[in-house]
Design a binder for this molecule. Structure first.
Ligand code: FEO
Length: 166
């Protein structure tokens, strides 16, 4: 059985993951409209992954005798100055998600909920991967600068990030 505090904190994380999914869906749509089909594909996959992160939490809470509550979400930004700005936003958002997961892990230790602590380890590992990926992509973008040919290659290249995922 989950404590009230853990249940509330996990429900808050559901909202964060759902909002992440919406944020990346908005990015996918923006990229598609800009003609960046590779970036759009990457963002659509990211959005789906966030929905999986959300579902995993929903199932876990209910499995442990709690009630996963689906709430209203904050609307995402739908315009991005440039694709570089967009990926900066993505990295900042992932850092925010990591901090939220870390706080959750901290609460499980305080509450001595070792099962939830164990469950959250998957998220800890996932966040390391997602932050590293966002940093790698930003490094590539910085290398390209304003080179149009480079952007074309980057748009093609980024599809690999989605197909190389386990
Ligand atoms: Fe589920 Fe990318 O945080």
């Amino acid at each position: 059985m989950l404590s009230t505090k853990i249940e509330k904190s996990l429900n808050n994380q559901i909202k964060i993951e759902a909002e992440s999914s919406q944020i990346y869906l908005a990015m996918a749509s923006w990229a598609e409209v800009q003609g960046l089909s590779g970036v759009a594909t990457f963002m659509y996959v990211q959005s789906d992954e966030e929905r999986d992160h959300e579902l995993k939490l929903v199932r876990y809470i209910n499995e442990r005798g709690g009630h996963a509550k689906i709430s209203a979400l904050v609307a995402p930004s739908i315009e991005f100055g440039s694709f570089k700005e967009m990926f900066k936003t993505l990295l900042e958002h992932e850092i925010f998600v990591s901090q939220s997961i870390n706080k959750l892990v901290d609460i499980t230790l305080k509450e001595k909920d070792y099962a939830t602590h164990n469950f959250l380890q998957w998220y800890v590992a996932e966040q390391i991967e997602e932050e590293a990926q966002a940093r790698t992509i930003l490094d590539k973008i910085n290398l390209i600068g304003n080179d149009k040919g480079g952007l074309y290659l980057f748009d093609n290249d980024i599809k690999q990030f989605t197909t190389n995922k386990p």
